[in-house]
Design a protein. Structure first.
Length: 134
């Protein structure tokens, strides 16, 4: 896992807090299936039967993130406050964008529709987990 992270990050970065980002809006019928929360990578997966939406966040500037655009169009679009790079390949949207601290990746089926992809990205908000009280 450490080698994987170093492929993408130029330097070791310490998180400023333990917050993470998730979309506040998803299309009807999607329920949380799985989540992985670590310092350098956080991923959430929602499913609707066989269809899956995945939102991942990576610590730091993952400008070398791999966006497979062989045999597909590569497009950039401003969505909300972000510049989003995306492809549509084999029926799957793959979108990448960043803020000052994290790089985000969204994968979802084409059947979700581009308008809903925009709504998902626009709804991504920071969540700070509550510290358990004793």
């Amino acid at each position: 896992f450490d080698e994987f992270i170093h492929i993408f990050a130029d330097e070791e970065i310490e998180p400023s807090n333990n917050s993470y980002y998730v979309p506040e809006w998803l299309p009807d019928g999607y329920a949380e299936k799985e989540k992985m929360i670590q310092d350098a990578c956080k991923s959430h997966i929602w499913s609707n039967g066989e269809k899956r939406i995945t939102v991942s966040q990576y610590l730091g500037d993952v400008t070398d993130a791999y966006l497979d655009n062989e045999d597909s169009d590569y497009t950039t679009q401003d969505i909300s406050i972000y510049t989003v790079h995306y492809t549509l390949k084999n029926g799957v949207y793959m979108c990448i964008w960043a803020n000052d601290e994290y790089t985000f990746m969204l994968k979802c089926p084409e059947s979700v529709g581009w308008d809903n992809v925009v709504k998902i990205i626009s709804s991504v908000q920071e969540v700070t987990p509550q510290t358990p009280t004793k």
